[in-house]
Design a binder for this molecule. Structure first.
Ligand code: 13P
Ligand code: SF4
Length: 323
């Protein structure tokens, strides 16, 4: 991959090749983590690439003075909550998440109060990890797409559950577990756009192909898929095949990882209804230039308010204890 020039206020820095960036960071006690939705160059720079669950576990267990998180804000906040002594920083502080933004703490607490009045008891609140630390602090337990069923299955039957913020992931858990969780009305702006009509066209064009879609996709897309799985499970599925054609219903950059892990297959990205917009605009804010700049100049540090730390951390640790 080509290196490029980075203009800073005082100088021009050449962005080196990924291996050099990684070594540069290692020598200074900086661990680079990257989500699989980051562009290939950033994945190559990272000491560890993974899904939300794997990255949370890595942030908790890896020794590092600092973590540079190539992902979105809630992921870096999670790393800070799980490794409070490490300084955590990001290439671009504006890399947010539409799903996390759909659930504000003040609205959630109002809704929990409303449900308590209606049900006669406060529901157990399960939060998808794609939410702010303030929302995590109001929840009993966190889940990711990789462990959502296990987390919900760990809650005694009959206990009322409020699931936030993703209605599609929550709907999928309800369908597969027989639960009747109350769902927050949030969605990921990337996965929401996948269309079953364009997926069907692709399936007709590629008979024998295997469709895998992320549980953040709408029900019609999930129902038309052979496998509904998070990104880590997509990788495992690809690795267990050779010579297969996969239709991939998730963020487009995962295909870089799929190709690298299982190059013997063909991967075709599922497009949206009227566009090829399967790249997350928030993840895309992180670039090689911004990574190199923040490694050199610091800044963009993630802080979590002191009063949120303990309750948000407790909800995360309850998830990580479920194996
Ligand atoms: P996973 O990392 O759990 O597959 O989730 C995908 C996602 O949307 C992250 O923002
Ligand atoms: Fe958020 Fe969707 Fe982007 Fe993931 S892909 S960070 S859920 S907007």
């Amino acid at each position: 991959m080509a290196s490029s020039d980075l203009t800073t206020s005082s100088s021009v820095l050449q962005v080196p090749e990924p291996a050099e960036i990684r070594q540069w960071a290692s020598a200074r006690g900086i661990l680079i983590l990257a989500h699989s939705y980051q562009e290939g160059f950033l994945q190559e720079c990272a000491h560890f690439v993974g899904d939300s669950l794997e990255l949370a576990r890595a942030a908790e267990t890896e020794q590092a003075e600092a973590i540079c998180f190539c992902g979105v804000h809630f992921m870096a906040e999670t790393a800070k909550l799980l490794n409070p002594t490490a300084r955590v920083f990001v290439p671009d502080l504006d890399a947010g998440c539409s799903l996390a933004d759909s659930c504000r703490a003040e609205d959630l607490v109002r809704y929990q109060d409303h449900l308590e009045g209606k049900l006669g008891r406060r529901p157990t609140t399960v939060a998808y990890i794609n939410c702010s630390a303030a929302v995590k602090a109001l929840c009993d337990v966190i889940c990711t797409s990789g462990n959502a069923r296990q987390v919900v299955d760990s809650i005694p039957a009959g206990e009322p559950i409020l699931f936030v913020p993703d209605k599609h992931l929550g709907g999928w858990i309800n369908e597969t577990s027989g639960r009747d969780m109350v769902l927050w009305n949030g969605a990921c702006q990337v996965h929401e756009l996948f269309s079953v009509d364009t997926l069907r066209v692709l399936q007709d064009e590629h008979p024998g192909s295997i469709t895998m879609s992320h549980p953040e996709c709408p029900k019609a897309v999930r129902d038309a898929s052979d496998h509904v799985v998070g990104t880590a499970a997509m990788l495992r599925l690809a690795e267990s095949h050779h010579g297969a054609t996969f239709l991939v219903g998730t963020e487009g950059n995962l295909i870089y990882r799929l190709h690298k892990a299982a190059p013997g297959n063909r991967y075709i990205p599922a497009p949206g209804a009227s566009c090829a917009c399967n790249l997350c605009p928030f993840m895309q804010l992180n670039t090689p230039e911004k990574l190199w700049q923040v490694l050199h100049q610091g800044g963009n540090e993630i802080e979590v308010a002191a009063e949120l730390f303990e309750p948000a951390q407790r909800a995360l640790k309850r998830m990580l204890a479920i194996r």
